[in-house]
Design a protein around this ligand. Structure first.
Ligand code: TPP
Ligand code: MG
Length: 581
């Protein structure tokens, strides 16, 4: 007899799924037993279901293929929720199998009863419950197709007893992604060509929707003599080997990215939903290209919105455009980018003398740490920063040259993403070097996953930016005119924690030792953790931002970018722009 669970596993196998993440439970027995019997899908046990969902999200992001997680009924699948939000918001295909209590008990307030279809509604493209064998395998196929086509999370809720009933139909279907060419209507393309032809200074703002279209973006940038500003998520696609690149904009951005936007007469947004409205310049024209029409104009009023795939649209547009005669905007922007880059690089120079416990020592600056990681890591490394200050240093110092990838919780913005995502990344691509830039807060939040790293023997390089604080929050508090409060972390020696978990550990407190330790750890054949005690940065706010101005606002409400010093905010409102840049 073949059960519903057997058919699910056979279908996943036929669709190329070779691993699934989760924690078992009674209500999942149908599935775990089906996997055990079949033997071709590896059960990737983690220590917290949230990590399973983060791992699946990273797996799906790296491979582009459907990743699978399983959670037992009630608290088991509830724990998935934060990682599923991350997957959904990063638009990666994940199938979550959420076991449910016995079908006869639903609605009675039974032990562990929750209603996963309702719980996961907001973080999924599809969430439905199977109540009868006759719904399968159609429900599974629909779930998979929803995850794959809409690139998001599909949640298939299955009561434990239903999973173990006899399958009514044993067909096994392969769900292939259906692709389409999406180009704007000819008259709208023509209008775009007119607007761009009339613009003397065009800047491209490029987002994750441009993945796979880098050559087209570069051809367009060249023709329009337009600097390319990119978002954090598109850094991995756009930054490397790009003579038009002028960096990121936004709070974590480069002054040069901000400036190239401010100076633009026309901003052409390509596959981006960059959310911070205060970073869109006033008075510029905006043209936006996105496959999703409903995203057009939701960040800034548009002069023209186009529904189209970035690559297809650029290819259709190029023949309608004339080469820009004036290349000054591009040249100035690139020159300014080089200046900004040089200033950032100066900050990553090795040590400044400081005092620690009354002893003279060489304080370790996080910029220096990030730059060394950049130097030492492989050309095809996968970098995963934790949310918090590690993202800032990754954005600025980890260069996406070669085949490098930079993934993280960049839209959902959850702490503790790095190690769990690294687990998924390393399992998906075992030959690749996977490197985390972990926060001390982030690492501790899901520290049990060090055991997962050991258990699955994953040679992840975990670099801990140990600043004894929830530093990014502290910075936000200070920027809002508040004293830092409730952000101290009393940490153990994380290298010893690692050793206790069977992971080789290094602890570095002196800048002079940093390079050697990092090189040893990166060359180590197996899991490695380097606990780097970094300087806790103090924030200074320029006088241009008054306490009155910041009261009641979050940092994001202000037009500020971090100077790159990690200790200073620049007010880039128009008045100050000329002085600063
Ligand atoms: C799950 C979760 N809780 C809280 C926050 C708010 N938050 C953002 S960054 C941060 C501090 C992160 O601290 P740490 O990992 O030590 O990194 P640091 O900024 O100190 O380098 C916090 C608490 C969040 N983003 N996610
Ligand atoms: Mg910290």
């Amino acid at each position: 007899m073949s059960t519903i669970a057997d058919n699910v596993i056979a279908t996943l196998k036929a669709n190329g799924v070779t691993r699934a993440y989760g924690v078992p439970g009674d209500s999942l027995n149908g599935f775990t037993e089906a996997m055990r019997r079949d033997g071709s899908i590896a059960w990737r046990l983690v220590r917290h279901e949230e990590s399973a969902a983060f791992a699946a999200a990273a797996d799906a992001e790296l491979t582009g293929d459907l990743a699978v997680v399983l959670g037992s009924c009630g608290p088991g699948n509830l724990h998935l929720i934060n990682g599923l939000f991350d997957a959904q918001r990063s638009r990666v295909p994940v199938l979550a199998i959420a076991a449910q209590i016995p079908s006869s008990e639903i609605g009675s307030g039974y032990f562990q009863e929750t209603h996963p279809q309702e719980l996961f509604r907001e973080c999924s493209v599809w969430a439905e419950m199977v109540t009868d064998a006759s719904q399968m395998p159609r429900m599974l196929e629909t779930a998979m197709r929803a995850a794959i086509q809409e690139r998001g999370v599909a949640v298939l809720v299955v009561p434990g007893d239903v999973a173990q009933t006899e399958a009514a139909d044993e067909r096994v279907t392969v769900v292939e992604r259906a692709r389409a060419r999406i180009v704007p209507a000819p008259d709208q393309l023509e209008r775009a060509a007119q607007l761009l032809g009339a613009s003397k200074r065009t800047t491209l703002l490029v987002g994750a929707g441009a993945a796979g279209a880098k050559d087209d973006v570069l051809a367009l940038a060249d023709l329009l003599a337009a600097p390319v500003v990119h978002t954090l998520r598109s850094k991995q696609d756009i930054e490397g080997d790009n003579p038009f690149d002028v960096g990121l904009t936004g709070l974590l951005g480069f002054a040069s990215g901000y400036r190239a936007m401010e100076e633009a007469e026309t901003v052409l947004m390509l596959g981006t939903d960059f959310p911070y409205r205060q970073f869109y310049p006033e008075g510029a024209r905006f043209i936006q290209v996105d496959t999703r029409g409903e995203h057009l104009g939701r960040r800034v009023p548009l002069d023209l919105g186009l529904v189209g795939d970035v690559g297809d649209t650029i290819r259709a547009l190029l023949p309608l455009l004339q080469s820009a005669r004036d290349r000054k905007h591009l040249e100035d922007s690139v020159k300014h980018y080089r200046k900004t880059r040089d200033k950032l690089d100066e900050l990553a120079e090795p040590p400044k003398k400081g005092l620690l416990g009354g002893r003279k020592h060489e304080a370790i600056h996080p910029q220096y740490l990030a730059r060394l990681v950049d130097e030492i890591a492989a050309d095809d490394a996968v970098f995963i920063p934790d949310v918090g200050s590690p993202v800032v240093y990754a954005a600025r110092y980890l260069e996406c040259r070669g085949d490098r990838r930079l993934i993280g919780s960049f839209i959902h913005g959850s702490m503790a993403n790095a190690v769990p995502q690294a687990v998924g990344a390393q399992l998906a691509q075992p030959e690749r070097q996977v490197v985390t830039l972990s926060g001390d807060g982030g690492l501790a939040m899901l520290m049990g996953e060090l055991l997962t790293v050991r258990q699955h023997d994953l040679p992840i390089k975990i670099v801990v930016l140990n600043n004894s604080s929830l530093n990014f929050v502290e910075l936000e508090m200070k920027a809002a005119g508040l004293p830092g409060f409730g952000t101290d972390l009393h940490n153990p020696d994380f290298s010893q924690v690692a050793e206790a978990c069977g992971i080789t550990g290094w602890r570095v407190t002196e800048a002079a030792d940093l390079e050697t330790s990092l090189r040893e750890a990166f060359a180590h054949d197996g899991p490695a953790l380097v606990d780097v005690v970094t300087e806790r940065q103090e924030l200074t706010i320029p006088p241009a931002i008054s306490a009155e101005q910041v009261k009641g606002f979050t940092l994001y409400a202000l037009r500020t970018v971090m100077s790159g010093r990690g200790d200073e905010l620049l007010d880039l409102s128009r008045v100050n722009l000329r002085q600063i840049l």
